[in-house]
Design a protein around this ligand. Structure first.
Ligand code: PMP
Length: 398
């Protein structure tokens, strides 16, 4: 077999297991309606939870930022790419973080994926450290753990974590968790995790990609939502979901942030994100914590209740699982890959885009529709989703 044939054979194997994925062509801004491959669809799959990605004030701020700073940073933060706009954004995020982490300082990065690599490779860089990672953590945390030099333990629940912490002889212990599990929508037991971190002298690293902007007073995220306060907390959040732009941040005790700034390769060896994005993000933070953010979060709550109530009888009669969610992420677990694809295909025929999520993103046998809500959805949009789901003809297999 030639080099290319070997890759072709592996692609064919994936296709045979219903694991091939396709990129669809977006012809307009994101949620809740988008032109996809030339046709307007109602989306239930965007992470633009607050509907800010095409907000006129953010578009204006990005244009203003580009006029002032140009479109590229030109170099990494440590060379010449760290602008006043980045500095102002980090100062504002640091102030947000100090609700939960005394004296916190924040560092911005180009993406959440990179932030998690930076965090884990940076803080777990020695063999005398140990990472305790929740089984359902996002791929970027898994990849960060793989790259880190520290020992690794995976935990499924608090009891297992406690046993692992008790048995550990590591000098530095780091508990790592998603705040909101991205494919399930429920919150991690953050209060209990922090209690364990305190008991075993560990740090608690929390990826708040899906809680930032959505949960907590003024949208300040999952730590604030749970009323936590400790210098053991390390808070990571993404800025391309509820914040509607792009990028990510890490906020923590100033010594940890200085350590990451000095040593962490994913922050040192990459071009800084365009300063115009930082400029727009400052506007986004103002919208999130202001009246507009409050109104949008209230609308999300209403939609979430309507969705859960409407889906329950449908799921019960069709044998789908509907796990309880704390957020605008609602999974509908169908089981087999082919069944999830068929359901997603039928919804699309009815003008609704809810992609099937399959392994390795979720465990085998739990393929699902991951329904996400946006504050710009209307009650009628949810009715349309419910109607299309109730018309579903069960997949016959084969
Ligand atoms: N963490 C979690 C939990 C996520 O869901 C994602 C994005 N899907 C990321 C990190 C990565 O963030 P970004 O898209 O900014 O790279």
């Amino acid at each position: 077999m030639s080099l290319f044939d070997r890759f072709r054979a592996r692609l064919d194997e994936r296709a045979a297991q219903d694991l091939s994925r396709t990129r669809r062509l977006a012809g307009s801004p994101t949620a809740p309606r988008q032109r996809v491959d030339g046709r307007e669809l109602l989306l239930f799959c965007s992470n633009d939870y607050l509907g800010l990605a095409d907000h006129p004030e953010l578009i204006a701020a990005l244009q203003e930022g580009a006029a002032r700073w140009g479109v590229g940073a030109g170099a990494s933060h440590l060379i010449s790419g760290h602008s006043e706009a980045h500095e102002a954004l980090e100062a504002e995020l640091g102030a947000w973080a100090r609700d939960c982490i005394p004296e916190a300082r924040a560092l911005t990065l180009c993406t959440g994926y990179m932030a998690n690599l930076a965090l884990l490779t940076g803080l777990a860089d020695r063999e005398d450290a140990e990472l305790f990672s929740e089984r359902l953590n996002h791929a970027s945390l898994i990849d960060g753990a793989r790259l880190a030099r520290a020992r690794k333990s995976i935990y499924a629940d608090l009891d297992q974590l406690e046993a692992q912490l008790r048995a550990s002889t590591a000098a530095t212990k780091l508990i790592v968790t998603d705040a909101v599990f991205s494919m399930d929508g429920h919150l991690a037991p953050l209060r209990e995790l922090l209690a364990l971190a305190e008991c075993f002298d560990a740090l608690l690293l929390v990826d708040d990609a899906h809680g930032f902007g959505v949960l907590g007073p003024r949208g300040r995220g999952s730590l604030a939502h749970c009323g936590l306060r400790s210098e053991r907390l390390v808070w990571m959040g993404t800025l391309g979901k509820a914040a509607g732009v792009a990028g990510a941040f890490i906020a923590a005790h100033p010594t940890l942030i200085e350590w990451l700034l000095q040593t962490s390769r994913p922050t040192i060896f990459t071009t800084a994100s365009p300063p115009a994005l930082a400029h727009a993000l400052l506007k986004s933070l103002a919208l999130i914590e202001g009246e507009e953010g409050e109104r949008r979060r209230a609308q999300l709550e209403l939609l979430r209740d309507q969705l859960a109530t409407g889906l329950a009888p449908l799921a019960a009669t069709r044998g789908w699982q509907l796990p309880a969610s704390d957020t605008p992420i609602q999974p509908l677990i169908v089981g087999e890959n082919a069944a999830a694809l068929a359901l997603s295909g039928q919804l699309e025929a009815a003008g609704l885009r809810v992609p099937a999520i399959r392994p390795p993103t979720v465990p085998a046998g739990t393929a699902r529709l991951r329904i996400t809500l946006c504050a710009d959805h209307r009650s009628e949009d949810l009715n349309a989703l419910m109607l299309a789901l109730s018309a579903f003809e069960p997949f016959q297999g084969g």
